[in-house]
Design a protein around this ligand. Structure first.
Ligand SMILES: [Zn+2]
Length: 135
């Protein structure tokens, strides 16, 4: 997260959301770079550097999850937001398939994907899964 210090701390969750959107929609780095540049006013070079760094970290996380055979996660609502989405509050603690996301407000989405969403996820490790979180 060191590189991202060049962007104000309050935008950090937004940036991470932008990165996750980029990874999950398969958008190229150019699109992410442009978004960082336009929204946070960093130089193009800086934005490109951050985009590449963050994008590769997010990709590495997904590849690692897949390598461990992780296919599901638990949605964890962040209680830090002043105006939480009702659907995200209700999704808290619910299980979803990482490949599909969760169907909330008429779209398939993932924690951190929607603008200003600070929700995160916890991977379900198959070997440790005792079924407590339902089917
Ligand atoms: Zn959320």
């Amino acid at each position: 997260m060191g590189l991202i210090k060049s962007i104000a701390a309050e935008h950090l969750a937004d940036v991470q959301g932008a990165v996750m959107r980029s990874v999950q929609t398969g958008r190229d780095l150019g699109g992410l770079t442009q978004e960082l540049q336009e929204r946070y006013g960093v130089t193009r070079r800086r934005a490109a550097f951050i985009a590449q760094d963050q994008n590769s970290k997010a990709t590495v996380t997904r590849v690692r999850q897949q390598g461990f055979g992780i296919t599901e996660a638990i949605w964890l609502h962040s209680h830090g937001s002043k105006h939480p989405r009702k659907s995200h509050v209700e999704a808290d603690g619910k299980r979803y398939r990482i490949s599909e996301g969760m169907y909330l407000d008429d779209v398939w989405t993932w924690p951190g994907r929607e603008p200003n969403c600070r929700c995160v996820s916890r991977s379900i490790i198959p070997a440790l899964d005792d079924g407590r979180y339902g089917p």
